[in-house]
Design a protein around this ligand. Structure first.
Ligand code: NAD
Ligand code: MG
Length: 387
């Protein structure tokens, strides 16, 4: 572990900055081989000055020049999608942390696997869109895909010492988001600022909206299917508003294991880098006497149709999850810009499902074609239906 070398994609985001905090505080011996960012060049430059990677990637030439003016050590500054793939594959990293948001995360994951790199994955959209391609490819290349998402990390921790065939079901916990107690009419009129107020977690804007619609739990359900080779009917979602139990596994003898911890992503990030080993850190501990009652509720699928749509896509399989993910990313960005309503997100996904013929997902090209279909669908969607 002392030889840990990390290529960090999406360094300036919520997971990216917390990953660097883990390295700073718990693994000061780790080296950073690459850092990537998108719009926040000042923060990227500050992080680069501190961690001194050999490669940095930014979106374009303008930001390449801006970054070059802000750093004073030698490194290669790359751009765009090819730069991201190079950061994932061509440095001497022992692990690629994929903390990118959205479907942009898939190609660098494939590049990392192709180069034989272990991948610690926060970018859930990778497995949602292309789990059928990514998981067999990782197996073929002999590399591990280790989850960062707190639910999947909890499952991984519960599974230590327990074989997968002994699993009866996985229970994913969900906070329920900011609208858990709102009625449907009030949710229908919810504004972007209200949806961005997550009750427990501070995260990037896209996942925060996904948490409000419960699409996040749907994406996590599909991610869990691929990570743990579980059929969808063996994965249950339960609302646990306190977010103390990060997820559970029930075994065939009736035993149920749960992983608990404070609301802090740094433990799952650290575990993704050390699993199955554990190392000491000084992050906050769970205070059982202060955390109060732990409660559980069923999900109201009528109030949160995005979860039902994700379950439908999970069952249909093939290229449907990629179409769902594409439309969801677009619809979330529209909601963030206040161009569509909260339920506009699920309405447009449902419309796309009605119009799309599912195809097998056998190679990356199938995913790009499904996304191209989704892109065209959005373009030709009448304005009256984009609400
Ligand atoms: P974020 O928006 O805070 O950060 C995203 C990062 O990706 C940033 O560094 C940004 O610059 C970069 N990025 C965005 N678009 C890009 C593009 N087109 N090209 C290149 N780089 C781009 O997001 P986040 O909250 O850190 O989430 C990252 C991923 O982790 C998401 O898939 C999310 O679902 C997942 N996740 C996040 C959390 C959390 O606590 N934040 C928890 C579990 C899972
Ligand atoms: Mg999660």
């Amino acid at each position: 572990m002392t030889g840990l070398k990390v290529a960090l994609l999406g360094a300036t985001g919520s997971i990216g900055t917390q990953t660097l905090d883990v390295l700073r505080q718990a693994m000061p011996w780790a080296k950073v081989t690459a850092l990537t960012g998108n719009n926040n060049i000042k923060l990227l430059a500050k992080l680069a000055q501190e961690f001194r990677p050999g490669y940095i990637c930014v979106p374009d030439e303008a930001r390449q020049n801006e970054l070059a003016g802000l750093i004073d050590f030698p490194c290669e500054i790359l751009t765009g999608a090819t730069g991201l793939e190079k950061c994932a594959a061509q440095t001497d990293a022992s692990v690629v942390v994929n903390a990118l948001v959205g479907r942009v995360g898939l190609a660098p994951t494939l590049a990392a696997i192709n180069a034989g790199k272990h991948v610690a994955i926060a970018n859930k959209e990778t497995l949602v869109t292309a789990g059928a391609i990514v998981m067999p490819f990782a197996k073929k290349m002999g590399v591990c895909i280790t989850p960062i998402d707190s639910e999947h990390s909890a499952i991984l921790q519960c599974l230590q010492g327990n074989p997968l065939p002994a699993v009866e079901k996985i229970v994913l916990t969900a906070s329920g988001g900011p609208f858990r107690k709102w009625d449907k009419d009030k949710i229908a009129a919810a504004r972007q600022v209200q949806a961005l107020k997550h009750p427990n977690w501070g995260m990037g804007p896209k996942i925060t909206i996904d948490s409000a619609t419960l699409m996040n739990k749907g994406l996590e359900l599909i991610e869990a299917m691929w990570l743990y080779s579980m059929p969808v009917d063996k994965i249950e979602v339960v609302i646990h508003p306190q977010s103390i139990i990060h997820s559970m596994v029930q075994f065939t003898d009736g035993a149920m294991m749960a992983q608990m911890g404070p609301v802090d992503m740094r433990l799952p990030i650290q575990y993704a880098l050390t699993a199955p080993d554990r190392i000491i850190n000084d992050f906050p501990r769970l205070d059982l006497l202060a955390c109060g009652e732990l409660t559980f509720e069923p999900v109201d699928m009528d109030k949160f149709p995005c979860l039902a749509l994700a379950v439908y896509a999970a069952k249909a399989g093939g290229t449907l999850p990629a179409v769902m993910n594409y439309i969801n990313e677009w619809a979330v960005s529209q909601f963030l810009e206040e161009k569509i309503s909260f339920y506009g997100i699920s309405d447009i996904i449902a419309r796309a499902f009605g119009a799309y013929t599912v195809k097998p997902a056998a190679c990356a090209q199938d995913i790009w074609e499904a996304e191209a279909w989704a892109d065209e669908f959005i373009k030709v969607l009448p304005k009256s239906q984009k609400t």
